[in-house]
Design a protein around this ligand. Structure first.
Ligand SMILES: [Zn+2]
Length: 606
């Protein structure tokens, strides 16, 4: 899974505070001229805090209700960011204003007379999660959802400016629009404001041009990637993004920023990304730095700039920051995005078709392991992080569903239309018309692309329902076949580990052939059936020599135990392993080959 998402602690927090009650009569007095001042420098870094001030004008007296979001779009769980606020104050000129809280993330400020108001607080930035805020002695990243209060009940269409105050020589990078003042940015509405995370401090940033637009790569810590790795990333994205833009016929940003933090605090070997409209924020374990597998993560997150940040289920349109917004269509936002992450890589020739098939089989394996689980149910349930293995199922299963639907459309239209057609049509007819898409919008677009073929049965059985995917009837239409390779091999039931004395036996399967022969932990393996187990070709030679042996025979095992040399006889037993492979059918019809080529190259018949 290229996009493991690790938020166990937050999930627990959300269970403690299930959807807190909405503020009663939750309408703030109107406010205007909103500005936010954010301070992170070497001093605040010591306490891992960010200082936040919000200033605005209030032309009426009464109660002003200011709230912090409960969650960050893309990270589908309640985060309760108000937990990290401390030292809240409200002033007007030299007067302190009375305030209290009306719900866990809403502050009520009593304004005796109109005027300019400033509220201030410090925010604990110590959570290494891309929906949160985190700092080190020389760096912080933060999300606007964590720091920027909004007036309750006044809508999101208010403009604001953000000014970052930091130490001399420290940098600021964000997707927000810069003003002529240094480290100062503007936003025309609250949705954009909180969709553009910031890097502040010492880090590297470089840029290139992709699809005629600026692509920046900001990386912390400074020096964590070298010029070669940076160029490799730029080259990968230079091949991937054009094929993503081609799906929609649109590049919806002026500048796109890949923001990457590598830190030991993150689980070993893990990498997680969070998408935004013109940036994404990746957090990775340092051991993953420079690994080309990250191309898959970048591809996924960039594709989100279209699919979910713009083309979005109606249930999440517009975003509401004070409540969960479950949708049965998350498999389209996440799973289909993951399908296109793979497609863009194979179309851009970042990976070869064989690697695309291998990735697809990994996903098919995950679908199979999850058992009879519904994609729609998994989509809806993600907010509560189910423990039955479906927490992230909509990624892999949604991705495989995308492949199957793509093949069915291409097959029905003789490769004249595809899933690309569906994505493009919905982008034009819903996002560009200012609305989200519904289940009905999706399936009617799919059906239209397939020349009117009904998908009602497909949806009922495989998307809403729990029936196993129909691989055998769908994949051959793209000249592909899911092939299960069964390998039967002789097995000794022992494992070894190399040390300075040789191959030490570190595991003996109870009642296995080795155990039956008398092999003990700590013995050293010298010869097996006359073969040298340290020979690099050993496994191959062993299988050749003993695969045809009848059961009941014996394999001599020569071991060293202390000063003794012993030859023990292990009875021959066989192990069966099953491996799925997605293979190209050699005698596929010309039509199936057209479908397969179209899918791999992103092309349609004219
Ligand atoms: Zn995603």
């Amino acid at each position: 899974m290229p996009v493991p998402i690790i938020r166990l602690i937050l999930a627990a927090a959300s269970l403690m505070l299930p959807s807190a009650p909405q503020a009663q009569a939750s309408r703030s007095m109107p406010i205007s001229q909103v500005r936010y001042d954010v301070t992170f420098d070497s001093l605040t870094a010591d306490s891992r805090t960010i200082r936040v001030a919000m200033s605005f004008a209030a032309s009426q007296t009464g109660d002003i209700l200011l709230s912090l979001p409960k969650w960050t779009p893309g990270a589908y769980e309640i985060g309760n960011y108000a937990r990290y606020v401390d030292g809240f104050s409200a002033t007007s000129g030299s007067d302190s204003l009375d305030w209290d809280k009306v719900d866990p993330d809403t502050w009520r400020i009593r304004l005796p007379r109109s005027g300019n108001v400033k509220v201030a607080f410090s925010y604990r930035a110590d959570t290494l999660d891309n929906a949160m805020s985190w700092s080190k002695s020389d760096f912080a990243f933060f999300n606007g959802t964590n720091l920027f209060l909004y007036p309750e009940g006044q809508g999101a269409e208010f403009a604001s400016t953000v000014t970052v105050h930091t130490s001399p020589g420290w940098k600021v990078v964000t997707g927000m629009k810069p003003t002529t003042t240094v480290n100062s940015f503007t936003s025309s509405n609250y949705h954009d404001l909180v969709d553009m995370p910031f890097f502040v401090g010492k880090f590297d940033v470089d840029s290139t041009t992709v699809v005629g637009r600026t692509l920046r790569f900001a990386t912390y810590p400074s020096g964590s990637i070298n010029a070669l790795t940076r160029n490799t990333v730029f080259q990968q994205l230079g091949k991937i993004i054009p094929y993503q833009a081609m799906v929609f016929g649109d590049v919806p940003w002026d500048t796109y920023t890949v923001m990457q933090v590598a830190d030991q605090e993150f689980p070993f070997g893990a990498a997680a990304g969070l998408e935004h409209q013109n940036s994404h924020l990746d957090i990775i374990s340092p051991v993953v730095l420079g690994n080309p597998i990250l191309g898959s993560l970048y591809s996924h997150e960039v594709f989100h700039a279209w699919n979910v940040k713009r083309l979005r289920p109606a249930a999440m349109t517009p975003y509401q920051y004070d409540r969960e917004q479950p949708t049965p269509l998350l498999w389209i936002s996440e799973g289909v995005t993951d399908y296109y992450a793979d497609l863009a890589q194979v179309r851009g020739k970042v990976i070869v078709p064989r690697a695309f098939y291998a990735t697809t089989v990994d996903k098919i394996d995950a679908v199979s392991e999850a058992g009879a689980q519904s994609l729609e149910d998994a989509s809806v349930s993600t907010w509560i992080k189910p423990v039955n293995g479906t927490e992230d199922l909509y990624y892999d299963k949604g991705s495989v569903a995308g492949l199957l639907i793509d093949i069915l459309i291409r097959d029905a239209s003789d490769n004249r239309r595809s899933l690309d057609t569906v994505m493009r049509e919905l982008y034009e007819n819903t996002y560009k018309k200012g609305k989200g898409f519904t289940n009905e919008d999706w399936w009617s677009a799919v059906s239209r692309a397939a020349g009117g073929k009904s998908f009602a049965d497909f949806e009922r059985r495989y998307i809403d329902g729990r029936e196993p995917f129909p691989y055998d009837s769908v994949l051959p239409r793209a000249g592909l076949r899911l092939f299960i390779e069964r390998l039967v091999r002789p097995s000794l039931g022992i494992s070894v580990s190399n040390d300075d004395q040789g191959l030490r036996i570190v595991q003996v399967v109870v009642s296995g052939p080795g155990a039956t022969a008398g092999v003990k932990l700590g013995d050293y393996l010298v010869k097996v059936g006359g073969l040298d187990p340290e020979d690099p070709e050993y496994e191959k030679k062993f299988n050749e020599k003993f695969s045809g042996m009848p059961p009941g025979g014996a394999i001599p095992i020569e071991i060293k135990r202390g000063n003794q040399r012993l030859t023990l006889n292990a009875p021959v037993r066989f192990n069966t392993t099953e491996t799925r492979r997605l293979i190209e059918v050699t005698n596929a019809s010309p039509k199936a080959v057209r479908v397969r080529d179209g899918l791999l190259n992103g092309t349609l018949q004219q």
